[in-house]
Design a protein around this ligand. Structure first.
Ligand SMILES: Cc1cc2nc3c(=O)[nH]c(=O)nc-3n(C[C@H](O)[C@H](O)[C@H](O)COP(=O)(O)OP(=O)(O)OC[C@H]3O[C@@H](n4cnc5c(N)ncnc54)[C@H](O)[C@@H]3O)c2cc1C
Length: 601
């Protein structure tokens, strides 16, 4: 019936420790809120400590706490590949040229670009179309004070660039460590783990052995599927990556033309593993299934999981993305003199093309209605639909790098929040102490629902989402929303009430405790084009951050970088973009014609 089969004794310790400590954390956090939000630092810090204790207890019973995630310790030595963690920029020499940079887009990529440029002493303005910053990782409060998120965000242990950014801007302690397991929820409370916790005589056993242990012991796959899995992954570039990570990645890049299903089954992998394990993971990574996702995308992640012990550990924000992820970054930008202009979308890129040389130079951005702003360098830190719309058609027609962007598409996704009066993931877990109730404080996957990944925000991110007297706040990511993974329903066309009805029905199908619970509140966020669709053959069309136009650059998770479309990819793209601007600063300053911001009628 149920999971947690490996290490019952360990589950028992976690079960007895976690709810207790969580309750303390919740009470303290609630008290802090009651005392006027987040101003009562002492109480909040106490809550923070209580939450950390959940991680500490978990570590004692086998989950891997990552002691290197502590600001100063995050560095290239931890990154799986050189290409994933650019060198730290050198301190600018006195008198080195400074440039003024206009960044369009206030998502993580735009913010990351801004932080890097400001740290190098350059001047930055960010122009964001929406009334809030953060892009796809944004959240805002509705009229009743509920935090509405663009999507459920999970942090893998290999987010070295994002951890570096969060450490720099003071937000790293806002991440809560989860048990080192990946949890699959099947119908009727049948929860099964892929358990990376591996200790022999109290010695932590790391990569690749913890991964092998996880895959060979998981009850989510049959013995036959495990054997087929071993055959397929055992002949993959991951094996090369174990001794030669850069070489392994080279081989993985070559697998962009084939879907994960085609590659995996050609190597002897079974459809059983695809259906019960890899599809939910593919949906969580790229919002598409294994038939649609490229083998490169999946194997990139597997490589990190296989070669770095803590790459597969999950962390989640202590509260809403706005308060605990983007706000510290924005405050850092503003403290360093950067300016963020919200509700200030860029309508048009203004440029001149020399008829003789064919050379194009950007000379301004049309912002809002009629205002024009000028800078030495311009960055489009946009999502795929935003970039397609803003980049001038003549550029797409004449410069391949811009034309290629038209070949990329965004995938739709729907995020549903459901607030219950009870703890819906609470399970009767049987272990050496008997039966006890346990809520699941981690990211959850399911092959039995139209939402393939989800979490109880009241447990995983309690500082904003735990509410005294109420229960779970399930945040469910419906992928693919045009043909629900299990039901085939077209959610995108449905009104909100119907989406909520079907999502709630499926929560009840998965968790028996949900069947006794009352749905109190719900919200639905639809994004028609979110991540770029990582289907076979498209990686080659991702544009570099440097473009054929000397004073125009690109950033964004969809641009060329060795990570998948993600928060880490967006942050990395910002670092790459900033370093390319810094490299060109002398030329850009010399070529600059701007004197001040001009307003044109
Ligand atoms: C539902 C969901 C769940 C996700 N879960 C995870 C996860 O668990 N882990 C993970 O790592 N990643 C996750 N992601 C992916 C992650 O959120 C993105 O990869 C990342 O945030 C992209 O950042 P970006 O800055 O490149 O793009 P965006 O966040 O899209 O930012 C682009 C910005 O440009 C602005 N803009 C567009 N046009 C204009 C214009 N003309 N003028 C001014 N501004 C403009 C937009 O308003 C937006 O703010 C998830 C995404 C979604 C949608």
């Amino acid at each position: 019936m149920r999971g947690f089969t490996s290490k019952e004794a360990c589950s028992s310790a976690a079960a007895s420790a976690a709810p207790g400590t969580r309750t303390v954390a919740r009470r303290l956090a609630t008290r802090a809120r009651a005392k006027g939000g987040h101003d009562d630092k002492k109480t909040l810090l106490a809550a923070r400590g209580a939450n950390r204790r959940v991680g500490v207890r978990s570590a004692e019973c086998g989950a891997i706490a990552n002691p290197t995630i502590a600001g100063k310790d995050v560095g290239p030595k931890d990154a799986p590949l050189k290409s994933l963690f650019p060198e730290e920029p050198k301190k600018p020499a006195p008198g080195s040229p400074k440039v003024k940079v206009a960044i369009v887009g206030g998502g993580l990529a735009g913010l990351s670009t801004a932080v890097e440029l400001l740290d190098q002493g350059h001047e930055v303005d960010i122009y964001e179309a929406r009334p809030w910053y953060g892009g796809k990782v944004a959240s805002y409060k509705d009229r009743d004070g509920n935090h509405i998120e663009m999507g459920l965000h999970v942090f893998f242990g290999c987010y070295f660039n994002l951890f570096r950014l969060m450490a720099k801007t003071g937000g790293l302690n806002n991440l809560l460590l989860k048990d080192h397991t990946h949890t699959f929820c099947n119908e009727d409370g049948d929860v099964r783990e892929l358990d990376f916790r591996f200790f022999l005589n109290d010695t932590k056993i790391g990569a690749p052995f913890h991964g092998l242990k996880a895959f060979f012991t998981t009850p989510q796959l049959s013995v036959a599927d495990k054997a087929a899995n071993a055959l397929a992954l055992g002949t993959s570039p991951i094996v090369r990556a174990l001794v030669d990570p850069e070489g392994g990645m080279e081989d993985i890049r070559k697998l962009d033309d084939i879907s994960f299903t085609d590659w995996f089954t050609s190597k002897g992998g079974s459809m059983g593993s695809i259906e019960r394990m890899w599809n939910p993971i593919a949906y969580a990574l790229g919002f598409i299934d294994c038939n649609d996702i490229s083998a490169r995308c999946m194997l990139t992640i597997f490589q990190f999981f296989a070669t770095k012990t803590d790459a597969s550990v999950l962390r989640m924000l202590a509260g809403s993305p706005n308060d605990y992820l983007t706000k510290p970054i924005v405050e850092y930008v503003e403290k360093k003199g950067g300016r963020i202009h919200l509700k200030t979308g860029c309508r048009e890129i203004l440029y001149d093309t020399d008829e003789k040389t064919g050379k194009t130079v950007v000379n301004g951005l049309r912002i809002g209605g009629t205002k024009v702003v000028q800078a030495d360098a311009y960055v489009a830190a946009l999502d795929v639909p935003g970039a397609k719309k803003l980049i001038p058609q003549p550029w797409k027609d004449s410069m391949k790098q811009f034309g290629d962007i038209e070949k990329l598409v965004g995938v739709p996704v729907i995020t549903v929040q459901l607030r219950y009066d009870n703890w819906v993931t609470e399970m009767q877990v049987e272990n050496s102490k008997g039966k006890e109730a346990r809520g699941i404080d981690n990211l959850l996957y399911s092959a039995d629902a139209d939402f393939s990944c989800f979490a109880d925000l009241a447990l995983v991110s309690p500082w904003d989402y735990y509410k005294e007297g109420e229960g779970s706040l399930m945040q469910c990511v419906i992928t693919p929303p045009q043909k629900g993974a299990v039901s085939g329903r077209n959610y995108f066309k449905m009104p909100k009430e119907e989406i909520v009805k079907y999502t709630d029905e499926q929560v009840r199908k998965l968790f028996p405790s949900a069947r006794k619970s009352k749905l109190l509140w719900s919200s639905v966020v639809k994004i028609a084009q979110s991540l770029y669709k990582e289907e076979p053959g498209l990686d080659v069309f991702r544009p570099d951050q440097k473009t054929p136009i000397d004073n125009f650059f690109l950033a964004g998770s969809y641009t060329k970088q060795d990570y998948i479309d993600s928060m880490e990819g967006a942050t990395l793209s910002g670092r790459l973009c900033a370093s390319k601007i810094v490299d060109e600063a002398g030329k850009l300053a010399q070529a600059s014609k701007i004197e001040s911001e001009v307003a044109n009628a």
